[in-house]
Each structure stands twice: as structure tokens, then as C-alpha cells.
Design a protein around this ligand. Structure first.
Ligand code: ATP
Ligand code: MG
Length: 434
């Protein structure tokens, strides 16, 4: 059964018990935009206790707030009672809810295009917020007074940027002015929620627009001040005819469409070390900006509570991005180690758009593409010829020397100088490591 069919079944079941039930929110918006909804949320006048009685499998995730999960066919569906929020306590969460009717439930929602209900039985849209008009005009507009709505819940400011960029909508001027006025209050929102919104906007179909809107709304300075700092940092014209570091970064993002998370953050942060390393000598230089940038990227991603493995991969991309200029001069073993990196494919994609967003010279990229084609996985990362035990058996004492010998053997193997265990043993003996 498709998700939509399961959701329809929930609606039919609720109706057969005498309740109202509609599709609501993002799924209605996406259905009207002829996009595939991620989730199908249901709104009803049944209260959580009744929902729990009607359906065999429910999870009371937010029963106090009227929200239940109904499990159908192994999928979770949010089934929520019509509700209105009772004031806001901490700039983010309602102090409580009051059960009400469908219209009032529409009015508490954030944007008009998110405030639509759909009756799948009558095939009718219920629209108390003029959401259909805004969907047609591609406008993202707060429901009610924008400043009041953003003051209730500051996360909505980032949601505005997220929906506008993901959907390719314009933010209605009054709504946008309210974000500009209130952007400093975004700090009332937790780092985790900020991170989730950033991830959604940057992995959407228009990450460049997301960056532009963050910038114009003033939210960039609050949530990613390090990125803001790249604005106005001049670069040498010969390598960067396109402009300053921020413009260059935006051009990278504009080339991406629904990118992987590591790739887009690696692009966003690859030159984050430039503002701090800017020097004018013979020309503008940013010596060490890759290493400095890696540390800054690490701090940003820790602040935003990124999972460690994601953070490590992004940081590796930032730290390694200048090595591409040397690939043609690398020794075979160094090059193979470069190709072995977990993040290599991501870095290669990043390097390509980095070039396209500046001088346009793709010769190193082509060189690597050809190299990858001519080598097998076994040639790039061959099985080790010797183990620590083999070295001990040769009479070497335990200690750091063993590791050094193994690395030297690996190096020679990657240089295609050694290809069997016997050759490797003879080579070690002849070298006489000390
Ligand atoms: P997505 O496709 O990203 O899931 P969505 O519109 O479904 O988009 P959700 O965060 O899943 O967004 O929320 C579901 C609905 O709940 C929204 O469409 C909106 O009507 C309402 N909503 C969610 N968060 C808020 C909020 N912070 N303030 C007001 N209404 C909200
Ligand atoms: Mg949703």
C-alpha cells in the first residue's frame, strides 16, 4: 500500500467513526504543486484518547499537544487534533494548546501555503488563508501579522528562508521585512533546530538561493557569522575573476541541485579560512587557509551539533581542497593515497565546481578522472604485502620501527616497486631499517 493510500485509509476510518478528517500542511501544498509529498499529515476533530482507541497501533508522541502517531503498514502518520496554541513561552514552544475547529487550526500555521486542508473524499481544498492564491503566485507569506508570528516562534524565520529556497518562491515583502527586523532573535532557537533547517535548505534544489536569502534576511550573520565574514574579502583577479570570497562561494552553491549534505557544506566552507589569512605581499595571498579553514569549519559544525562522522568528512574536504593543484606532480604512492580517501568522490565533485566558479581550468579534474579510470580498486588500495608479525619474524624488536617499516613497504607497493610477499621480505632485509 502506498503512503497516500494508508493515509486515505486513516481518513476513512476516522470518518466512519463520525469525525472530520483532512490532509493538512505540507502534503496538501506538495500535492497542489504536483510534487511527491514526503509525509501525509492528517488533522481531525478526534482527540488523542479517541484516536488511540480507534486505531490498533498508535504512539502518543505529543498527546498533550493533540498529536498522535498512527502506524499503518509499518509507516508512521501524524494524526493531530485541530488545535490552537495558547501563547508562547520561550520564543519557540506554545505554552499549551486548546482544541478547536479546522479553521482555527489553519490560522495557527506558519505560512499560507502550509495552511491548506484537503478533503480527499469530496476532492475539495479548504482554504481559510488564501493559500491557493499564493501557491499560484509562488509567494511565501506568513499567516496573519508576520512580526507577531515570528515573535511567537523564531524558528519560523529560518523556515521562511527554507521554504522559499526549496520551493523557489518569493518571500512576500512584509513577511521578509519582519524577518529582517527580528533576525537577532534567532538565537532563542536551539542549535539543533537551526542545523536541521540549514541542512534542509542547503540540500534542497536551490542551495545558492538559500545562501542569498540567508544573507539578505540578515540571518546569515546570526547563524553563520564566519560565512558572512567572507563578504568583501578581495581575491587575486588572475585566479578569481568572479569577485570576492563570498561571491565565489555563492557561485559554487548555485551550481548544485539537491546536493549531498557533505558536498554542499564542504563547498560552503571550503574558503572559510580566507578572511583570517588574507595578506597582501607580491599579490593577495591566503597562505594556509585550508588548514585554518578546517579548524573554523570544525568549530562551526560542532556548534551546530553535526554528527561526528559528517563533521569529519566536511572538515577533510576543507582541509584537502588545495591539494588538487598538485595532483599532476604527485608521486604515484601519494596520488593513490589521495584516491583512497573516503571523501575522494565528494572532493572531486567539489573541486570541479570550485574551478567552474572561478578560473574554469578543469585540467586537474580531467587528469584525476582519467587516473581513476585506468586504476582498479585493488591497484588504488592493494592488500598489504606484510603484517607486523612478518616484520617481527625477521628479528626486529617490537616498537615504532615496525610501523615505519610497514609504511615504507606500503609506499613501495603503491609505487609498483613491490608486488609479492617474497619481494617485500627481501626488500626489507636489504634496506636494513634501524
Ligand atoms: P516538509 O515537506 O519539510 O515536511 P511541511 O510543510 O510538512 O514541510 P513540517 O515541519 O513537517 O513542514 O510541518 C507540518 C505543518 O505543520 C506545516 O506545513 C505547517 O502547517 C505546520 N507547522 C510546522 N512547524 C510550524 C511552526 N513552527 N509554526 C507554525 N506552523 C508550523
Ligand atoms: Mg512534513
Amino acid at each position: 500500500m502506498s503512503k497516500k493510500q494508508s493515509a486515505l485509509q486513516i481518513i476513512h476510518t476516522l470518518r466512519s467513526h463520525g469525525f472530520q478528517a483532512y490532509f493538512v500542511g505540507g502534503c496538501v501544498r506538495d500535492l497542489l504543486l504536483k510534487k511527491n509529498p514526503k509525509d501525509f499529515d492528517v488533522a481531525t476533530d478526534a482527540r488523542p484518547a479517541r484516536i488511540a482507541k480507534i486505531f490498533p497501533r498508535t504512539i502518543p508522541v505529543g498527546a498533550k499537544f493533540g498529536v498522535m502517531i498512527v502506524v499503518v503498514d509499518g509507516e508512521n502518520f501524524e494524526v493531530a487534533a485541530f488545535r490552537a496554541d495558547k501563547g508562547y513561552k520561550d520564543g519557540r514552544h506554545p505554552a499549551g494548546v486548546r482544541f478547536t475547529d479546522a479553521r482555527e487550526d489553519a490560522l495557527r500555521r506558519d505560512f499560507t501555503v502550509n495552511g491548506l486542508f484537503y478533503d480527499p473524499v469530496e476532492k475539495r481544498v479548504l482554504d481559510w488563508v488564501d493559500g491557493q492564491k499564493d501557491l499560484k503566485k509562488k509567494v511565501l507569506r506568513a499567516i496573519g501579522d508576520p512580526s507577531k508570528r515570528f515573535n511567537e516562534d523564531k524558528l519560523r524565520m529560518l523556515r521562511a528562508v527554507r521554504f522559499a529556497s526549496v520551493l523557489g518562491f518569493k518571500i512576500e515583502p512584509k513577511t521578509f521585512r519582519a524577518v529582517k527586523k527580528l533576525n537577532k532573535k534567532i538565537h532563542e532557537v536551539s542549535h539543533e533546530r537551526i542545523r536541521d533547517e540549514l541542512i534542509k535548505m542547503f540540500t534542497g534544489p536551490h542551495p545558492g538561493t538559500a545562501l542569498t536569502l540567508l544573507d539578505r534576511s540578515g540571518l546569515l550573520k546570526e547563524v553563520l557569522p564566519e560565512v558572512e565574514k567572507m563578504k568583501g574579502v578581495a581575491q587575486p583577479k588572475a585566479f578569481h575573476p568572479e569577485g570576492d570570497v563570498f561571491v565565489h562561494t555563492r557561485l559554487l552553491l548555485e551550481q548544485l541541485k539537491s546536493p549531498a549534505l557533505v558536498l554542499v557544506f564542504a563547498c560552503l566552507l571550503h574558503d572559510i579560512g580566507k578572511p583570517d589569512t588574507y595578506r597582501r605581499s607580491d599579490r593577495i595571498r591566503f597562505n594556509g587557509h585550508d588548514r585554518v579553514g578546517a579548524r573554523i569549519a570544525e568549530r562551526i559544525l560542532e556548534r551546530l551539533r553535526f554528527p561526528n562522522d559528517t563533521k569529519d568528512q566536511i572538515v577533510a574536504c576543507v582541509e584537502g581542497h588545495m591539494r588538487f593543484k598538485d595532483v599532476k606532480q604527485m608521486r604515484e604512492s601519494t596520488l593513490k593515497k589521495f584516491l583512497q580517501r573516503v571523501t575522494f568522490e565528494t572532493e572531486l565533485a567539489q573541486h570541479r565546481i570550485d574551478c567552474l566558479a572561478s578560473h574554469g581550468d578543469l585540467s586537474n579534474w580531467h587528469f584525476l578522472k582519467r587516473k581513476v579510470k585506468t586504476l582498479t580498486q585493488e591497484q588504488i588500495k592493494p592488500k598489504p604485502l606484510l603484517s607486523g608479525r612478518d616484520i617481527l619474524a625477521l628479528g626486529y624488536p617490537e616498537g615504532p620501527l615496525i610501523g615505519r617499516i610497514l609504511r615504507a613497504v606500503e609506499e613501495a607497493q603503491l609505487e609498483d616497486e613491490l608486488s609479492s610477499k617474497e619481494e617485500a621480505l627481501a626488500w626489507v632485509k636489504k634496506k636494513g631499517f634501524k
